[in-house]
Write a protein that binds this ligand. Structure first.
Ligand code: AMP
Ligand code: GLY
Length: 421
């Protein structure tokens, strides 16, 4: 099988790494890829949000299967264009991708599915939104309806903060994403993510994870795209996971199918768990980044078979072969991230690190230049390890992190603290 993966981050490096281990993969191309991906696959450069360009490239290169990594091409309808061209694709249609691209859409689908989630109001005018806040009080959560690169959510501890957030959003702070606003009940509990493959009809849970969104140790400081993750998430016990599947994932997938927009791809369910009851925080229509890195480390080559089964509508006969293992990934970021940071510093020491089925440095934002690896983004490396216990995985991962020679980078030393106690 000739495979094309779209994307350029650590998520796509991990997907490429897993896919390459499967003998069914004859040839792999990643577009646009990065310096780490270039070490294991061919990279190509074209506009991955232009469905026509992707379909043209896939046809020219005799691609049999396209895996779409990030949300932007999905929200832009790239999966639809590829299917129209007769290509096999892993990733939801533009209509189904609204589960990530519009928060009010998701809340309404959850209502129809009777899926447990935070109570909410949906507003197109600031005055009505403010009246809702005055009526319901704080703490509360103010969200820009559209895609805002993970920045469109304000947890307001006071009514004043909520009102200020509403003014910011309707004032254009998040561009078009903030033209509509959702205000939610603040949910307490422990957060975790559940990853589920869906083929339009059948669903298959493929693992759980917890990430660390804050930049600083002890979960302090500003939010980031994620500074590290581990899998499985202890809070998603078998019982809680079963409830999440029965009460949240399956009913919402049923509503999507009934509405003529069956979901196909990976569904990322962000959950809040309190007293054994999961409630939905959000859906994403892609693998999490860096959660994908720990999932791929645990699934290995079978990830390709599972994604292929989802794309071909064969999930009903698929199953996951679980190892009794744990994985952890530590993000190494450029000093200054998530604020402004410099690009171009050299990263040394990578060649001496182990690369096997339990140790891998996935590249998130790197560039190769004259035989050197240079930092080319905010999140730069995802150092990832697996072990029989989380502690073993953690010891391995930090031994690797300590082998990376990159003075301009930083990382959190406490990834996994909640699960390790
Ligand atoms: P989202 O982009 O919807 O995932 O929101 C980002 C983060 O804000 C989530 O991962 C949660 O930590 C937090 N959050 C979002 N909605 C709520 C809510 N209703 N109650 C509590 N925390 C929330
Ligand atoms: N790590 C969070 C996300 O991918 O959205």
């Amino acid at each position: 099988m000739n495979i094309l993966i779209l994307g350029s981050g650590g998520r796509e490096h991990a997907l490429a790494w897993a896919v390459m281990q499967n003998p069914k993969c004859d040839k792999l191309i990643v577009a646009p890829g990065n310096a780490g991906i270039a070490q294991i696959a061919d990279c190509a450069s074209f506009d991955i949000e232009d469905g026509g360009a992707v379909a043209g490239f896939a046809e020219e290169n005799a691609i049999d299967f396209v895996i779409i990594g990030p949300e932007a091409p999905l929200a832009a309808g790239v999966a639809d264009r590829l299917r129209e061209a007769g290509l096999l694709v892993f990733g939801p249609s533009e209509a189904a991708a609204k589960l990530e691209a519009s928060k009010s859409f998701t809340k309404e689908v959850c209502d129809a599915a009777k899926a447990p989630t935070a109570a909410y109001g949906h507003f197109t005018k600031a005055e009505a939104a403010k009246a809702h806040v005055r009526e319901h009080g704080a703490p509360t959560v103010v969200k820009a309806d559209g895609l805002a690169a993970g920045k469109g959510v304000i947890i307001a501890m006071t009514e004043e903060e909520a009102i200020a957030a509403i003014d910011d959003m309707f004032g254009g702070a998040f561009g078009g994403a903030g033209a509509e606003v959702v205000i939610e009940e603040f949910m307490e509990g422990e957060e975790a993510s559940l990853f589920v493959l869906v083929d339009g009809e059948d669903v298959l849970a493929i693992g759980s994870a917890q990430d660390h969104k804050r930049v600083g140790e002890g979960d302090t400081g500003p939010n980031t795209g994620g500074m590290g993750a581990y899998s499985p998430a202890p809070v998603l016990s078998a019982e809680v996971e079963a409830r999440a599947m029965e009460e949240i994932v399956k009913p919402t997938m049923r509503v999507m199918a009934e509405r003529g927009m069956p979901y196909q791809g990976v569904l990322y369910a962000g959950l809040m768990v309190k007293d054994g009851q999961p409630r939905l925080v959000e859906y994403n229509v892609r693998f999490g980044d860096p959660e994908c890195q720990v999932l791929m480390m645990r699934l290995g080559a079978q990830a390709l078979d599972l994604m292929h089964a989802a794309a071909e509508g064969r999930l009903g006969e698929a199953q996951v072969n679980w190892g009794d293992d744990h994985a952890i990934t530590v993000v190494m970021a450029a000093e200054g991230y998530p604020g402004s940071y410099q690009k171009g510093s050299e990263i040394k020491g990578l060649k001496a690190l182990p690369e096997d089925s339990s140790n891998m440095v996935f590249h998130a934002g790197t560039k190769a230049e004259n035989g050197k690896v240079l930092a080319a983004g905010g999140r730069v490396l995802n150092v990832t390890a697996r072990g029989e216990t989380l502690q073993e995985a953690r010891d391995r991962v930090y031994a690797m992190v300590d082998g990376v020679d990159w003075p301009q980078g930083f990382f959190r030393r406490d990834i996994g603290w909640r699960a390790l106690g």
